[in-house]
Design a protein around this ligand. Sequence first.
Ligand SMILES: Cc1ncc(COP(=O)(O)O)c(C=O)c1O
Length: 442
Amino acid sequence: MSKNSYSFERSQQLISRLHELVPGGGHTYSKGLDQFPYNSPQLIKSAKGAYCLDVDGNRFLDWAMGNRVFILGHGDEDVNDAVKAAIDQGVNYTRPGLLELEVAEYLLGLHPWAGMVKFGKNGSDVTTAAIKLARAATGRKLVAVCGDHPFFSTHDWFIGATQMDAGVPAEESGWTVKFRYNDIASVEELFARYPGQIAALILEPVKNDEPVDDFLQRLRDITKREGTVLVFDEMIAAMRFHPLGAHHLYGVQPDLATYGKAVSNGFSFSFLIGDKELMKLGGLQHDKPRVFLLSQTHASETVGLAACMATMRKCIAEDVSAYVWRLGRQMKEGFQALAGSVGVADHVRIIGFDCNPQILCTRADGTYWPELHTSFHEEVVAAGVLIPWISITSAHGHTELERTFDALRAGMEKVNRVLNSDMDVVSTYQGEAVKPVFRKYN
Ligand SMILES: Cc1ncc(COP(=O)(O)O)c(C=O)c1O
């Protein structure tokens, strides 16, 4: 239904080849063919600021920013300069490097609640390390995860509890149990059902909703009472809600917190930070059983360390979080006004916090409608805007916002036309509707 002025000739040839060579045609399932309308860019050649360019030379305004790994936009010059300077000093040494000490001191200075920090390359490295540490410290097996939050790790303790659990022993899947966000009764119920068995409770401190009835503080109290390690996963929230993470805004301290994604503006880096008594179990200065806590060939690579320090320093100095909150508010207000004026407010919604909004295409009862999502986004992409999820950065400004409103209007007008006709939504886009990543079969 939508007319795409782009040509994807080269993209189509190359993406087919990539699918022949690489399972899933890439290295992150959420970037897969089944996650985007057919007319989305297939293979990206380069990106700068708020824009990306595909191999056919088509240019898109990018709000997704990888898997939300940017806060200063693609290719920020200050971060790149810091990384280049680090490269010139050598990227990986035979013994620990000076930069490891400098970044540890910097991060612990920012997080005075924590006593020690350890580095990784991906978010999953550090969430899994937090779980291992909690199991080692408590001698317990079970992990309680927030079932409303989509992702914590590529490792078996989490993947085993999803639909896509092939290859994970059922026994391990059974060790992960779930509670609901803002539902303290579901948390109490887990502790009543598994007394003395839950090693860790992990959640994003906030996702799309405000914590109600002191939810975070009550989790803190319950986990203390039960001797369970409380882990806040700040992977998405940090830098957007606040450079130190969302928990900082609510004044509730976990035992361990995990950071990655935007903390290093696209470079590969993550860190686990937290309570000294727990963290030192991964070290050499105790007489308890040794915990293999994050020992990775590339964790001390200087590129990620330099990128993290440069990103955090710049974001704090320029108060980028405040900018993200402001631009996000303008996006939400403009979106809601548009949806109202086009008459699709019950179907094309923007939810979540101003600093981290999400577009949601729904049936009238508010449930997610993947076919409508595909139809809507096909039109938005045809207008050159890639907005499957939203990562506002300092590289996005009013020009990008205005261009996005034009694209959103086109998408909303299409939705309005479709819903006010006897057309089946499925006939209003090419190819297949987007599918959930976590499904049993293709
Ligand atoms: C909240 C959260 N935690 C952990 C992860 C895992 O991070 P990574 O993909 O860097 O391993 C993600 C990734 O999307 C995430 O969103």
